[in-house]
Structures are given as C-alpha cells and as structure tokens.
Design a protein around this ligand. Structure first.
Ligand SMILES: NC(=O)c1ccc[n+]([C@@H]2O[C@H](COP(=O)([O-])OP(=O)(O)OC[C@H]3O[C@@H](n4cnc5c(N)ncnc54)[C@H](OP(=O)(O)O)[C@@H]3O)[C@@H](O)[C@H]2O)c1
Length: 355
C-alpha cells in the first residue's frame, strides 16, 4: 500500500500576477502532485502589500482568494489574522515554504532581501521570483541555507520558469561554465520587434504596457537594469563568480530610434539587447559582463528571436555551447518555476541555488 502523501504548508508573500498564477497552477496540479509525486499541500498564508493578509492554519480557500483579488477586492473577507506587516506575517504564518513574489528593487533588493533572511532564519525553505534579493544577497542567503538546513531556490528569476538553474545544477555537474550570452529581457525584445513593424519607441512601450509586460515606469527595461540584474545573477550562480550589479557594463535601448532600426533592416540586420559574460584575466572581478544593444546577423540565433521570447547560451569546458530558448512566456511560465522549485525542495529536503 502507498504511504499517504506528505503535506507541506505554503505561504505566499506577494499575490499579484505571479502569486495568483501560482495559486491557479497549484489548483490545476493538485491531483497530479498527490497521485504522481506523493505531495500534498495546504496554503496557510497569503500576504499582499495593500490588499490584506490572511493566515489560516486549516488552509486558505484559494478559489475564494483568487476571486477576491480578480475583482479588485482585498483579502479581508477571508482573513482570520490580525497580522499588520509582512515581517509579522513571516514570523506568524505556520508554513514550511515561503514563495516570495513582491516587486523588484534593482538598487538594493529590499525589502524582499530582509523578508527572505527572516524566513530562512525562522526555518522556512525560501523560493523567490524576485531578482533583487538574489543579485544583492545570493552568497549570504546560500550561507543561511547551509546553517539552517533549508533551501533557497529562484528558478523564476531568469527566463521565467525555464529550467536555467535546475539544468545547470542537475545537468552540468563538475562542469566549468566559462561564459553566457543571451537575450533575457522580454520587454525590450518586444519593443524592438514592434519598432521594426513601424512603431516609435514610445508607441512600442505603450503597447508593452497595455499588455501588462512593461511597468508604468519602463526605465528598468529601457535602461537595461532588468537585463543587467539577470546577467549578474547568472555570473554569480552559473559561473560561480561574485559580481555586483554595478560591475555589469550596461547600456539600454533608449538611444535606438526608427532611423537605426531602418538602417539595420537595410543591411539585413536587427538590433537586439544582448547580455554577455566571459572570463577575462586582468579584470578585478575576473569576468567581463555586459548588457549592450548589438546588431545581429541572420546567422545568429538571436536574429530569429521576436516578441517576448528569450534565449540563453551557456558555454562550458565540457559541453561547448548549450542553448535554451523559451517562446512567448506568460505568468504561468513564471508560476511553473515556483512549482518546479517546490518539487525540488520536496525531493531534496535541502538545497540551495548554488551549483
Ligand atoms: N510578471 C512576471 O511575469 C514575472 C516574471 C519573472 C519574475 N517576476 C518577478 O516576480 C515579482 C512579482 O511580479 P508580479 O508581476 O507578480 O508583480 P505584481 O503583480 O505587482 O504583484 C506584486 C505583489 O506583491 C505585493 N506586495 C508589494 N509590496 C509588498 C510587501 N512589502 N509585502 C508583501 N507583499 C507586497 C503586492 O501587493 P498589492 O497587490 O497590495 O500591491 C502584489 O500582491 C517581481 O519581483 C517580478 O520582477 C515577474
């Protein structure tokens, strides 16, 4: 006879696009997890910034929570908790795993970095979609997982839910990653694609905003911050080299206008915002990391990448160049990164994003 599924208690810190997509995915996969993986779960806490917090040790009705937020209402009608802050929520929620999806702060990673520290110190496993705490706190958070015997995973931070880190962790044992190249910012790739179709940069940004892809303030994408953060994370994790965000040589796409786009097309080329990192002796960090608009030719795999798709090439001493490509990701792709990390936590008991 099969043993009963092991039940895990989950806390969702952040319940916007990603948090809600993850709740929907949990509902969709509940039976598969139970029957195929022997994994059961109960969501015991959900916290937002300004739309309420819920803690219920008996388990929250996810359908109800989703329906409240989809109609723009706060979570108060299902709240049984008087928790006033996200810090209190982390201390009080009876959960084994914290899923963090609060807004990114490129400059400091805060307040999410403090939230993840607190959750690990309290003995929770931590899974995040937020690039800020990974780029600003990777080493420290990995050390905390070691001291506490807990996990810190962040598959959703780069290329949404595509298996970038789990591929490297499981598929590249003892390999030395010598470089990476990629198109990692979906928004700028979409903007450049729309500009090729005749829109001005302002119109293309407005289109990306109308799709819910670009922020009201699009500078994180246009000025290359998002791409630089992802590059720095890949250098820290895949290339095992400490690199600060400020060490990435960063230029965004603001200066690219219709004239440049047309001139490129006349030469059968396309502008792409390319992220790259290579080992380079003589540099303080040991790595030359760049985010730059580059003209690419039809022979490049980047040339054929349109819209919100993304592509990463990983160079290693043993496997040459490996290419991972994702087509038109959605928030469900990001939510799947959460689910995959959760199943890795369940399988391994303890693991860190470190290779
Ligand atoms: N969207 C994607 O496809 C995607 C892909 C990869 C990674 N990410 C990353 O995932 C994270 C979330 O993205 P999103 O699109 O879901 O953002 P979002 O829709 O703006 O949702 C953010 C959520 O966090 C809540 N929040 C804000 N401050 C908080 C705080 N101090 N404590 C607790 N909750 C707080 C917000 O509450 P209110 O609703 O009350 O404001 C909201 O529920 C970001 O770091 C983003 O960079 C997103």
């Amino acid at each position: 006879m099969n043993s009963p599924p092991q039940e895990h208690h989950l806390a969702l810190l952040g319940f916007g696009n990603v948090g809600q997509a993850f709740a929907r995915l949990l509902l969709e996969k509940e039976n598969t997890l139970r029957e195929e993986k022997g994994v059961a779960f109960r969501v015991t806490g959900i916290a937002t910034g300004s739309h309420g917090r819920v803690i219920d040790p008996a388990g929250i009705d996810l359908e109800k929570a989703l329906s409240l937020r989809q109609s723009g209402d706060p979570l108060d009608p299902i709240s049984t908790s008087k928790t006033k802050t996200s810090r209190d929520f982390i201390q009080e929620c009876p959960a084994d795993v914290l899923f963090e999806s609060t807004p990114v702060n490129y400059q400091t990673g805060q307040p999410a970095l403090d939230y993840l520290r607190a959750a690990l110190q309290r003995g929770m496993h931590v899974i995040t979609a937020n690039k800020g705490p990974v780029v600003h706190g990777y080493r420290e958070l990995v050390d905390l997982t070691r001291n506490r015997g807990r996990s810190f995973l962040f598959e959703s931070t780069v290329m949404d839910g595509a298996p970038v880190f789990s591929m490297a962790r499981c598929g590249l044992p003892a390999a030395e990653v010598t470089g990476i190249r990629g198109i990692l910012n979906s928004t700028t790739n979409l903007i450049l694609t729309r500009m090729e179709q005749g829109q001005s940069q302002e119109e293309a940004v407005a289109y990306a905003q109308s799709m819910g892809i670009a922020e009201t303030d699009p500078s994180g994408d246009l000025d290359g911050w998002d791409a630089a953060v992802k590059t720095a994370i890949l250098v820290n994790v895949l290339m095992k080299t400490p690199l600060k965000l400020t060490d990435v040589d960063r230029t965004g796409i603001r200066e690219i206008n219709q004239k440049e786009i047309k001139e490129a097309a006349e030469k059968n080329k396309r502008w792409k915002l390319v992220c790259s990192a290579q080992r380079q002796e003589g540099r303080k960090s040991g790595v030359l990391a760049q985010v730059q608009p580059r003209l690419v030719e039809p022979s490049s795999p980047f040339y054929h990448l349109s819209g919100t798709s993304a592509l990463l090439q990983v160079e290693s001493d043993v496997l040459g160049t490996l290419t991972l490509q994702e087509e038109e990701p959605t928030t469900m792709t990001t939510a799947y990164g959460f689910l995959a990390d959760f199943l890795n936590v369940v399988k391994n008991g303890t693991s860190s994003g470190q290779l």
